[in-house]
Ligand binder design. Sequence first.
Ligand code: Z5A
Length: 212
Amino acid sequence: MNGLFITIEGPDGAGKTSVLNELYPRLQLLAKRPIVKTREPGGVKISEKIRKIILDPANGEMDERTEALLYAAARRQHLVEVILPALEQGKIVICDRFVDSSLAYQGAGRRIGIPEIEKINNFAIEGTKPDFTLYLDVDSDTGLQRIARSRHGKADRLETESLEFHQRVRHAYLKLAEEDPVRIHKVDGRMSLQEVVEASFTAITETYPEYF
Ligand code: Z5A
């Protein structure tokens, strides 16, 4: 497998979608290989159906381990249908969220524990790890204010969680980044959108000149 697997991560309101909308076309122009953009949970038919179930605010009774298993199930299907075939063909894959999201949200946010979440995800991914992860860091107050402004009251099941939940998610991400500074590149998501895009673009293209 000689493709390149890049993920983008962050707590709610970090700006992943906004950043990817600007970053991806620029990377596409420079890429020396075909490049694929995808997202979790979702990316393929079955996983998009699972996504709807997980995020539906009407499913308030969902058990936290059920939620963790559904994320892992959606991930498995997306991995075998999209990510692995693309990497095997030598493509560059940019994925909005991957296992780190489960570690942060289910492991820390839901307090299931990182080792438990690692266990079910190891079963799902069978050793596929990102080569590079862009982590957009934003404090929970700023992130939640951005979400409140942009969603106009239509927040999904996770966005409506408490401030403490979102703080646990962020701290877990910071710890993951501290533990794996080679893979996880932290970018200050409180900068202006243009500055975040620029820092993200530089981090990726300077780390992988053979691909961009
Ligand atoms: N989840 C999980 O729990 N476990 C898992 O394993 C996985 C996911 C894979 C997915 O929903 C949810 O599932 C997510 C985690 C959980 N939690 N929630 N909710 P999603 O895919 O629909 O949502 P997301 O990934 O969290 O969000 P997003 O669409 O990428 O949004 P965002 O990163 O939070 O930011 P945005 O939409 O780009 O920006 C939000 C607003 O902020 C918008 O008005 C922007 O204009 C503004 N913005 C963005 N950047 C800036 C800067 N730099 N300055 C000022 N304003 C900005």
